[in-house]
Design a protein around this ligand. Structure first.
Ligand code: SF4
Length: 58
């Protein structure tokens, strides 16, 4: 993912890539929203601060 454009979400375990249904550009959503609706499904990008940020494991 494009870390400059997306910010923290580019390295967060909660980030989900959604395949565009008609072959367009793939897009991003926040999987944390599924368990806590307080987190927006499509947060304004780039995300610079997020309490739920969990870094992906290498
Ligand atoms: S929890 Fe925060 S940093 Fe992680 S994907 Fe959602 S908005 Fe981005």
């Amino acid at each position: 993912m494009d870390s400059e454009r997306i910010g923290l979400c580019s390295t967060c375990q909660h980030a989900r890539i959604v395949k565009h249904p008609r072959g367009g550009k793939d897009y991003f959503r926040c999987g944390k929203h599924d368990e806590d609706p307080a987190y927006p499904k499509y947060p304004p990008l780039p995300v610079r601060v997020c309490e739920a940020y969990t870094q992906t494991q290498e």
